[in-house]
Design a protein around this ligand. Sequence first.
Ligand code: UDP
Ligand code: MG
Length: 305
Amino acid sequence: MDLSIVTPCYNEEESVETFYCEVWRVIKLLKINCEVVFVNDGSTDNTLYSLRKIKKLGNVIIKIVNVEHNEGQSAALIRGLRVAKGGHILTIDVDLQQEPMILLDIWKYRNQFDIVQMIQEKRSDNWIKNILSNLFYRLIKVVTGFEFIANVGEFRMINRRVRDKILNEALPGDILRFIVQSLNFKTRFVQYSARKRTFGSSKYSFARMFNLAIKSIISSTNRPLYQVLSLGIFFTFSFFLYCLYAVIVGMQGAAVIGWTSTILLLGTGVIVIMIGLIVIGIYLAQQINYSREILKYIQRKKHFE
Ligand code: UDP
Ligand code: MG
């Protein structure tokens, strides 16, 4: 099998058929052995019915992965990668904002590059979405220390080595584009301009995007925990110095009666709580690291052995 096309679908009953027709045209032109893996990500409309309808056409091998409840685009793609048998895998949205025809331009790169990553030329979203997404990338940089390339979505072609590595690394809740960018494979970037959605509407509301932003930070790094820990250590030390100051002022008799003891009582309480939180934080961070490793180990055993 030369190529697997992996496509997540969430309430896309109208797009499926047109998308399939475009894909079919490209496959015919390229004359390659290809399968299309549709992941129905818990759709509540007739997406599954539309998928079953095109499966009956029998032109190309079509696999349908049906997910009971909506889990999000990344999780859907990862499920699709698991069943993909192709030497190369193209991940592409079903809404036709990304054109399957791009395969005609990028197929030639398949042996030179591990990843052919498409970058959106001009974002067709509204300006609020653009500002928020810029802010998000800045926040990601501050929090994770890693500079993620903006305007990079899940539209890419990868080889089998990359696919295996992704399946090794990805844990539930991870965002695929961040995993891929942190892998350091030989990558060729190709610009494309996204078309306007032909059917339906974007599945990313602001609330959803916000949720995704938080999730992607939490799942990709423990750094926020360490940053709060450093803040805790700084304040513990400051409180300690202030208590010392209160003792000195008290011993010189320059304070109102009861001030030194009140500060000492409050200060010691705060310091004890802070130290407790710091210790809990350190244990927690270590446990999170352990559980990630254990989860990855279980995953590897399940899928590769
Ligand atoms: N999608 C999905 N699960 C979701 C949200 C989206 O499988 O929870 C799919 C959707 O059907 C589409 C692709 O992911 O094929 C991109 O979604 P969308 O077009 O809504 O995103 P946008 O282009 O607006 O960023
Ligand atoms: Mg879209």
